[in-house]
Design a protein around this ligand. Sequence first.
Ligand code: FES
Length: 96
Amino acid sequence: MAQVTFQPGGVVARGVSGESLFEIGRRNGVPISTSCAGKASCGLCRVVIRAGEEFLTAMGPLERRHLGNVYFITKQRLSCQARLVADEGDVTIEVP
Ligand code: FES
């Protein structure tokens, strides 16, 4: 299984290919803001990718609508849209 570390709390969780960071966080008690419950419409579930972006799906148009094309600067993703691409790898994110 892949491993996701949620900062600043330090929660370490496991996930499988296809799961979103939002789903993994919720399942493990990490408070991630939302008002759309993971449907990419509220834009509140932003997280910062600190490591392991190569283990996540690429940013799609729904995310770009909220975040623009500045990932290379901000490293922000919508946690409900960033999904694990494999059953292995280490990802570290920061939840604001
Ligand atoms: S939970 Fe609303 S955009 Fe991700």
